[in-house]
Design a protein around this ligand. Sequence first.
Ligand code: NAD
Ligand code: UDP
Length: 338
Amino acid sequence: MKIFLAGGAGYIGTHTAVELLNNGYEVVIVDDYANSCPEAVARVEELTGKKVALYEADVQDEQAMERIMRAEKPDTVIHFAGLKAVGESVQQPLRYYRNNINTTLSLLEAMEAVGVDKFIFSSSATVYGAQNPSPYKEDMPKGLCTNPYGWTKSMMEQILADAVVAYPRLGVVLLRYFNPIGAHESGRIGEDPQGIPNNLMPYVSQVAIGQRQELTIFGNDYDTPDGTCLRDYIHVVDLAEGHLKAVEFSENHQGIDVFNLGTGKPYSVLDIVNTFQEVNQVPVKYTIGPRRAGDLPICYADASKAKAVLGWEAKKTLADMCRDSWNWQKHNPKGYRK
Ligand code: NAD
Ligand code: UDP
């Protein structure tokens, strides 16, 4: 079977490509390198000893997607190609809506034209919004998002729900990711943020290696055990295995189904900092700052549906996540740039 990874040169796409290739799938990657580089795909090939069919293209370009799908004849499309920086989405909402929604539309149109009918979508826990209490369950109504990035995910879920009604052959799996961190245990692929990281783990790693002075913890006055926010951090390799299970599930699937991909275990910002220091024996200097606008105090999954239906559950521990993040950072202090 052949899997088409739109945005597959990125953080989650490369880890998923490794799992797919190691399990006998063929992989096509289409990326415009807006937030990645060809070196990441070269490393996927190096790790697996397998070739990837690699195309540089903007996924918004429907004709290019149709051409590639006609040439490659994939069985399933996984759509990772999105802009994902929450703060940037507030500054540049139109760019976010255009890119994220157009990529989804052009993939669906190309699939319809070529006759590809399995679609797996990278969604996010952010669609649950502030109104729902954690742990989040898939059957909760979606909530109000706090930023344009979140709204693009929520809108794309709606577009996909409408598409399955109109195109009965179509099967859609929505994967709502929680907080992916960590890296492949080889240290050859990992998260490579451009500029100042927005997310906690890359920031912690860059402080540990001396590229940034100190971490600011955004608030310690939340109603949580240590006052800092709780999140459901999930190892990116566990997440990648979740995609493998979703691909297997989608083979005989029509309609639309949604799965949380999280561990179901909440950890605080201080848990991350303390575990990172302990496991890696490196100091992480931090200070307590004000709350960050839009942060929810608590966000974690009820992960039971993915276990029951997909036969998937996260296996790796917080210590594994911290060890593998540091291993990647240590061996690639400048990311994929040598
Ligand atoms: P990433 O930025 O590393 O990967 C996304 C890839 O898509 C990049 O390689 C980028 O170059 C590519 N891309 C973006 N727009 C494109 C376009 N128009 N044409 C071609 N390629 C394009 O991000 P990631 O962390 O791997 O995330 C993958 C997906 O998962 C995204 O849709 C993201 O919104 C979603 N997601 C990520 C997280 C997270 O915390 N990392 C959480 C929830 C959901
Ligand atoms: N966080 C922090 N300092 C940082 C980055 C993040 O204290 O420099 C906190 C943030 O407030 C949140 C948690 O770490 O409670 C996870 O944030 P991240 O941006 O990684 O993911 P989010 O859950 O916001 O998508």
